[in-house]
Structure formats: C-alpha cells, structure tokens
Design a protein around this ligand. Structure first.
Ligand SMILES: CCCCC/C=C\C/C=C\CCCCCCCC(=O)SCCNC(=O)CCNC(=O)[C@H](O)C(C)(C)COP(=O)(O)OP(=O)(O)OC[C@H]1O[C@@H](n2cnc3c(N)ncnc32)[C@H](O)[C@@H]1OP(=O)(O)O
Ligand SMILES: NC(=O)C1=CN([C@@H]2O[C@H](COP(=O)(O)OP(=O)(O)OC[C@H]3O[C@@H](n4cnc5c(N)ncnc54)[C@H](OP(=O)(O)O)[C@@H]3O)[C@@H](O)[C@H]2O)C=CC1
Length: 518
C-alpha cells in the first residue's frame, strides 16, 4: 500500500480556509512532507483591500513557510489561488474555475468556518452550514474526487457528556432552519437564537453540528471523513515548536496572563483541559485523507481528535503548572506588561469574583485615574471589560468535563507504516505537557505578538520596575492603613507599641550576644 506521501504524489488538492490558522499549517505540511503533490488549489477571498493573490503571496512569505522555502524555493508554483467568497451563491467561483476544479481535484479539505463564539446565527449558518452544503455539491461534480475531509469540532456535540465517533441527529433539520431564517430579519433571529441553540453555548457549536449532518447526507456519493479536534493550540514540533498566529482559545488567555492583565480565571480543577497541538491535528487530517481515499469506507468516518482519553491534562494541573507558565513569562517576559504575570485558576465562583474585583477592576481603576490625571484617555477598564467578555465565553469549556471516544484515531495510527507514524505523528501519548506549555508561551511572544527575543533584557527590566512599584505601593498602603488605625484606636496604638518594644528587645538581645561572642 502507498505511504501517505506516495499517495499525495501527483494529486490535486482543494483547500478552504487556507489563510486561517489550521489551513496554513495544512498547506505547509502538505508541501513539506508530500513534496510530490501536484498542486494545491486554495479557495480564498479578497479581504481588507488586498486581492486574493496578494493575500496568498503574503501568506507564503511568512515564517511558517521557512522550512518549505529552504527545501524548495519554488514551492509557490504549486499553489493556485481561486477567488471564492463562501458566503455567496455558488461560493462565487467563476464558471471557468468550477470547470477547472471539477476536472482535476482529487482530495478536498474543508477548513473554512467562522469560529467566533458570538457570531450572529444567520452569519454562522451561512458560512458553517450553507457554504458546506455548496462545497459538497461542488465536490459531487468532481470527476476524480477520492476523499472529502471536513473539519468539525469536538464540541459540536458539547450538549452531551460522552461523545462517540458517530454523527448525532442534528438539533433541527438544517434545510428547515435555512428556509425559516431566510425571511426573518436580524432582530427576530437574535431573539429566537437562545431557544434554537438550546443546550449548546453558542451559534458556533450549533452550526458545526448541523454541518456534520449536511456532510453525512452525502456519504453515499462521496468518501467522507470528519475530523473533530478539541482545543487546538500552538504546534508541538512542526514546523517549529510553539508556532501559533492568533488569540483564540488558550492563546489569548496565555497572552493576557503574560501581560499581567489576567490574574484569575474560573476552571474546574478535575476537568480535562483537552488541548491538542495544531501539527498533530494536521498530521491526523492528512492521514485521514490518505485512509479515506485508499480504503473508501462505506460511510463517513468520524475522528475525535482529542487528548483527554489518552494523555489527560487537567485544569487543576494547569493551575499547578501556572507557576511554570508564569515563570516562563518571567524568564521570557512579554513587552510592556501591565503587571508582573501572576495568574490563578479557581473553581470557586465567589473567589473568582473577589479576585476580579481586587486584581482586575481595582488596578484598572487606579491606572485609569492615573491616565486621566496625566491628561491621557483612560483605557484599562475598557480592556478589562473585553477580557471579561472573552473569558466568560471560554468558561463554558473550562468548567466542564467531556469524554471523547477516540478509537478511530488509534485505528488510523495502527494503519500507518512506521515511517509515516514519524512523519505524520499524532501520537498524543508523546506530549510532555509542561514542555509543550512553555513552548506555547514563547510561541505567543514570538509569532503572535512578533516580539523580538533580543529585547528580553529590556522586558525583564520593565518587570523589575513593576515589582518595585508594587513594593512601594504596598508599603505606602500598609503605612496609610496603619496610620488611620493608630489615629483612631487605642488598641491599635497598644499593639503598635508592643510590637515596636518587642523588636527593640530582640535587637538589643542580638547586639548583646554578638558582643559577648566577639
Ligand atoms: C490563567 C491561564 C489559564 C490558561 C487557560 C487556558 C485556556 C483557556 C480556556 C478555555 C479555552 C476554551 C476554548 C474552547 C474552544 C472550543 C474549540 C473550538 O472548536 S473552536 C475555536 C475556538 N474559537 C475561539 O477561540 C474564538 C473565540 N473568540 C471569539 O469568539 C471572539 O474573539 C470574542 C472572544 C467574542 C471577542 O470578540 P471581540 O469582538 O471583542 O474581539 P475580536 O476577536 O474581534 O478581536 C479584536 C481585536 O483584538 C485582538 N485581540 C483579541 N484577543 C486579544 C488579546 N488577548 N490580546 C490582545 N489583542 C487581542 C484581535 O486579534 C483583534 O485584532 P484585529 O482587529 O487587529 O484583528
Ligand atoms: N482553532 C480551534 O481551536 C479549532 C478549530 N476547529 C475547526 O477548524 C477549522 C479551522 O479553524 P481555524 O483555522 O482555527 O479558523 P480561522 O478563523 O483561523 O480560519 C478560518 C478560515 O476560514 C476562512 N473564511 C471565513 N469566512 C470566509 C468566507 N466568507 N469566504 C471564504 N473564506 C472564509 C478564513 O478566510 P479569511 O482569511 O479570508 O478570513 C480563514 O481562512 C474550522 O472549521 C474550525 O471549526 C475545530 C476545533 C478547534
């Protein structure tokens, strides 16, 4: 049987969402580890005043592609951008491009989606469900298609506690929902959204569940695999440890903690923090593409791409490693930190609220007061309000526990040759969590914030300055409180005199004993 790289040799691959976090890693890995792949057709839209060609060229110059560039400086010749806006009818692909794609594509990877937790339902439905439906229709017209790989999320069925590798009945028939939302204005849809999504926390997980069903409906006509990653984090090893390019999920949390802004977060200590590195997800995705095309399973195969059942890492452990994370940020500080990094995880709502008040709101108020007094615009309270909104959306995932069955992931691994198991490694048992988290933190600094590692001494100096400010502030606060007490209470004065005389006696005793020994 062909190895994975042998299988992709000479193949034309279509990728949606290639400019996104996972899509980029998929493109890079395909080019690097399957160098004989014929061409990658990327469905890309123009955005922010940039044409799709410009966007793809920019993407290929980014650091992520350094290793591919080293191996093959002409790799860009294999990349063929196709203009497409997935929110438009027919995905806004020109008839010539449709003809080209239906004539040559062998494998489709569908990564595009809106992953925002606060996306209005109509928008999420349009992109995550209707666009998926349209892509499936296009795929059915492809003459040589061997595999259709759909990227879903392990949380598509987060209303269940135990999640098997099956496609569950959808919360509503997607066709009916699409038809009914068509005539409703945005206000009505916003009002009925909570009723519709029911026991799911957001429109993202709801529409991803519908998308799975839409894909499954075509399992008789297409060879389908559905990949369900949990919380996708920075890369473990490839192309560099710690590669990450966004603020989603844990990345924003780590950055906010590293900047000393986030000091407290609520999580269930005993629950699994189901993080999975992006390179492992992509390795599994490529392996699933190969398996689907070679074995052509009769029905869609679902891969729960998670770590919890195999190499669990708990929120409580993050709580313990947090010192590791924080000391990593103290060794490699982020620039312009607001305070020294020192975050805590608690499962207790009231304790969390207390720390939010003391460690978030109070310092923000003081800093904004300082900004106002120095003639600047206050900004810290606004930043904290945004942070609290983001954290409140993430807390659903950090305060509960799920159990995913990942037998298909194990089955797939057992099908790989020893060589492929190394090149397309998704053996999550090999993850060393403290080391991974440390590289993740450094990755946020290097690749998300684009901070220069040579500026670390200045950042450390800044942290020392913050420490001195804190010591001075705390001392002044204690003296102030004590002065208030001393002025008002005879008992406080008595305690004060008692402590001072005790200190004095100790000093005299030590001086006397050191004179005797000399
Ligand atoms: C104390 C340490 C503890 C460690 C704890 C670790 C982990 C965290 C806990 C839980 C993680 C659970 C995650 C569950 C994932 C479920 C799995 C999935 O299937 S999918 C993908 C996950 N999706 C997301 O993560 C998206 C979530 N984000 C959103 O929905 C939105 O971003 C938002 C939270 C609603 C905020 O929206 P808002 O409009 O306010 O902001 P924008 O996102 O538009 O950003 C505006 C602007 O700001 C930049 N930004 C964002 N975050 C930060 C930040 N932390 N610091 C600095 N800047 C930030 C952002 O890039 C935008 O910039 P620009 O306008 O230039 O693009
Ligand atoms: N990140 C995570 O933690 C997890 C992600 N997933 C799934 O993985 C997949 C990829 O996620 P991720 O890479 O993180 O997401 P990103 O937000 O980083 O990328 C989304 C991609 O979709 C494209 N896209 C969005 N809207 C449109 C549109 N209207 N027309 C054309 N393209 C569009 C974006 O293009 P553009 O650059 O033009 O905006 C981008 O390339 C998703 O299906 C997601 O559900 C699953 C589990 C966890």
């Amino acid at each position: 049987m062909a190895s994975i790289a042998e299988y992709y040799a000479g193949k034309n691959v279509l990728i949606t969402g290639a400019t996104g976090f996972m899509g980029k890693v998929l493109v890079e890995k395909l080019l690097r580890s399957c160098p004989e792949v014929k061409a990658l057709y990327l469905l890309v839209r123009p955005k922010a005043g940039q044409s799709m060609q410009q966007r793809v060229s920019d993407m290929m110059t980014c650091k992520l592609f350094d290793r591919v560039r080293e191996d093959n400086p002409d790799f860009h010749q294999k990349i063929i951008p196709i203009s497409s806006e997935l929110m438009q009818p027919g995905l806004a692909i020109s008839p010539e491009d449709v003809e080209k794609l239906t004539g040559c594509i062998d494998v489709v990877f569908h990564c595009a989606a809106t992953i925002r937790f606060d996306e209005p339902l109509k928008h999420a439905l349009q992109l995550n469900v209707i666009a998926t439906q349209q892509l499936v229709s296009l795929a059915k017209q492809m003459h040589h298609l061997e595999a259709f790989i759909h990227i879903s999320t392990a949380y598509a069925n987060c209303n269940r506690k135990h999640i098997d590798e099956v496609i569950y009945p959808p919360p509503v028939e997607p066709k009916k929902l699409i038809e009914s939302l068509e005539w409703m204005d945005d206000g009505i849809v916003r009002d009925i959204t909570p009723r519709l999504i029911g026991d799911r926390p957001n429109t993202y997980t709801y529409t991803k569940a519908l998308a799975e069903f839409v894909v499954q409906q075509e399992q008789d006509k297409l060879n389908i695999a559905i990949i369900r990653p949990s919380i996708v984090g920075a890369s473990w090893q490839e192309p560099f440890p710690g590669w990450i390019d966004n603020f989603n999920g844990p990345s924003g949390v780590f950055i906010a903690a590293g900047k000393g802004i986030l000091r407290t977060m609520r999580a269930n200590n005993d629950a699994v923090a189901d993080l999975i590195p992006v390179d492992m997800v992509i390795n599994l995705t490529l392996a699933a593409g190969w398996y689907t095309a070679v074995h052509r399973p009769k029905s869609a195969v679902v891969y729960n791409c998670t770590t919890g059942g195999i190499n669990p890492f708990h929120w409580g452990e993050i709580g313990r490693y947090i010192h590791h994370v924080m000391s990593s940020f103290k060794r490699n500080p982020l620039e312009q930190a607001f305070r020294r990094p020192n975050a805590n995880i608690t499962s207790n709502y009231l304790i969390n609220q207390y720390w939010i008040l003391v460690s978030h709101k109070f310092p923000a108020l003081i800093y904004d007061l300082f900004l106002r007094l120095s003639g600047q615009k206050p900004q810290m309270m606004r930043i904290f309000n945004r942070l609290h909104k983001a954290i409140s959306l993430l807390e659903y995932f950090s305060s509960q526990d799920w159990e995913w069955n990942s037998e298909n992931m194990n089955m797939l691994m057992s099908q790989l040759t020893p060589e492929d198991r190394k090149t397309f490694n998704f053996d999550v048992r090999q993850l060393n969590w403290p080391e991974y988290i440390e590289n993740y933190c450094i990755g946020t600094k290097k690749y998300v914030l684009n901070e220069d590692m040579s500026d670390i001494p200045a950042a450390r100096q800044h942290l020392r300055k913050l420490r001195n400010i804190r010591y001075t502030f705390n001392t002044l606060l204690v003296v102030f409180i004590w002065r208030v007490f001393i002025a008002r209470s005879q008992m406080a004065r008595n305690i004060w005199y008692f402590v001072v005389s005790l200190c004095f006696k100790f000093l005299s005793y030590f001086r006397a004993s050191s004179t005797i020994t000399n």
